[in-house]
Design a protein around this ligand. Structure first.
Ligand code: ADP
Ligand code: MG
Length: 238
């Protein structure tokens, strides 16, 4: 579903943000991209939705080769993806409903179709009751849930999230990760970049670790679970 082969990205001829990264992500996977600040997580995410182009290597998402995609065709790639950022990026003068509906309006969906899809997305994030409120009426956690609803309303194959919990308190952040796991269980692949390793213990999944732009480990969910069992004992329930 997602393939990176020998991908390198250098900014301004001197910052090697990613170096020879190869990896693939299959349908239904949940993948944490972890690493310290500056390790290349955001660059990796930005490559997937075509914001950044690699200097070398191949980036493929479903049937699209992102490197070769012309700007005017990026919209086709983005229909396959939902993207969530740490700063929510909602439109302040639109209601929660309108913030989400907008995604479907620009892709030409029928109004009756839009209403049911938006309400379903709001239901998934438990915010149906706030459909007509504005972002300023919402807490940070609620705003991020709206951003997640907006990212899944067009039923993308992959949801990518760059530090979705960074602006939230730990408890709300954990709720957000649980929500992403729920969405994953419904059949959407999830790729979440985070510098917060505590989620991995609490909700195990595949973990790809970056250091100085290189993949230094790539551990399957089972392997992560084994490490956690060794740490907390087999009775620990993740
Ligand atoms: P992370 O998300 O893990 O913090 P980034 O992908 O943002 O890492 O950054 C990786 C490296 O690339 C860092 O050294 C960062 O300073 C650099 N970098 C990121 N974006 C740019 C940019 N637009 N211009 C120049 N350097 C950048
Ligand atoms: Mg980042």
């Amino acid at each position: 579903m997602i393939r990176l082969k020998d991908v390198s990205k250098t900014y301004k001829k001197e910052t090697h943000a990613l170096v020879d990264v190869s990896l693939s992500v299959e349908q239904n996977e949940f993948v944490y991209i972890v690493g310290k600040s500056g390790s290349g997580k955001t660059t990796l995410i930005d490559l997937l939705y075509g914001k950044v182009k690699p200097n070398k290597g191949i980036v493929a998402v479903e049937e699209y080769f992102v490197n070769h995609l012309k700007s005017k065709h990026l919209c086709y790639l983005r229909r396959k993806l939902g993207v969530v950022f740490q700063d929510f990026r909602l439109l302040e003068h639109k209601t929660l409903f309108e913030n989400i509906a907008y995604v479907l309006e620009v892709t030409g969906h029928h109004p009756s179709d839009i209403e049911s899809k938006v309400m379903d997305a709001l239901d998934t994030v438990n915010l149906k009751h706030k459909a007509l409120d504005y972002p300023s009426d919402c807490s940070g956690g609620e705003q991020q849930r709206v951003a997640i609803a907006r990212a899944i309303v067009h039923e993308p194959a992959v949801l990518i999230a760059d530090e979705p919990t960074a602006n939230l308190d730990p408890r709300t952040g954990f709720d957000m990760v649980k929500l992403l796991h729920k969405i994953n269980q419904r059949g959407t692949a999830v790729i979440m970049a985070t510098h917060n390793y505590s989620y991995i213990d609490r909700l195990p999944a595949r973990v790809i670790e970056l250091e100085n732009g290189r993949v230094i480990s790539d551990r399957s969910k089972n392997h992560v679970q084994l490490i956690i069992n060794a740490k907390y004992g087999d009775f620990y329930v993740g």
